[in-house]
Design a protein around this ligand. Sequence first.
Ligand SMILES: Nc1ncnc2c1ncn2[C@@H]1O[C@H](COP(=O)(O)OP(=O)(O)OP(=O)(O)O)[C@@H](O)[C@H]1O
Length: 314
Amino acid sequence: MIEVERLTKRYGPATVVEDVSFVCRPGTVTGFLGPNGAGKSTTMRMLCGLTPATSGTATVLGVPFTSLPNPGRHVGVLLDASAQHAGRTGRETLALTARILGVPAARADEMLDTVGLAGKAAGRRVGDYSLGMRQRLGIAQALIGDPSVLVLDEPANGLDPEGIYWMRTLLRDFADRGGAVLLSSHLLHEVEAVADTLVVIAGGRVVASGTKSKLLAPSGRTFVRALDPAALYSALVGAGLPVVRREPPADGGGEAFVVEAQGEAVGRAAAASGVVLLELRQASGGGLEELFLTLTGRQTGPATTPSVPQEALR
Ligand SMILES: Nc1ncnc2c1ncn2[C@@H]1O[C@H](COP(=O)(O)OP(=O)(O)OP(=O)(O)O)[C@@H](O)[C@H]1O
């Protein structure tokens, strides 16, 4: 269990994490999402006692991380895969971690096997590893002490699609066996497949949080594209169906519309006007997808906060 309560970090006049609260429960994967510079790493560093908080508290298994006896036996942490000693081999790195944590040396080979670094890769120097291999080694290091909590900062960076799929399966299994996972990413779709709960941070503040099913619930809107966009638009307006967004032409087709109505009503309005439809489907995502587009597409820095009604997303 991870409990973060009103955590705040200031560097001089800049507040980079402000009043952040969330809980990560056993048996769940919590996706900690936000664009670059949102404050994810700073929050995780405060959680692990590496950066002192200006105010607020963070506990793991009921106590501050730094109060845990032999923390690596309780919490597996991967904050920076590039921070490993470049001159040691993968096997040496894990053997050393096993000794420090007081777990059997055999755990090192077991973990190398688990993360797909057994054989030749285990004998190579970490300095010669790709980023993806270093992430795998970092995950092995996090798991070697058989912890019940995992704190992983952007572990999918550098992993290929097969590696991302492998990691998701590993984290899901870990949570299904009762573990708590806090997983950060700047990509919604990267954590969407594995997380049960999402905490979205931007400009240092939590802008949305809750279960994935609630946050990503279908919007009740319909995406529609026709051979003749102008005729479709007239048909929709004529039927009193609100067009909430226009989508630019794609794949040689015309402009499309997102309509605040169910597909059947949209289809009927088009049919009544003799409009030929090319596409008719539920509009993707709900508020979170929109929020993420705002955060990642139309914002450049951490200082701005999205103009999305936050309470609507909680
Ligand atoms: N030691 C520091 N001194 C001053 N500012 C800092 C320090 N560390 C981080 N920051 C600032 O805090 C903000 C949040 O950074 P942080 O690394 O926590 O974001 P992030 O969400 O992890 O981003 P990314 O996805 O790029 O890793 C950034 O604007 C960053 O420049």
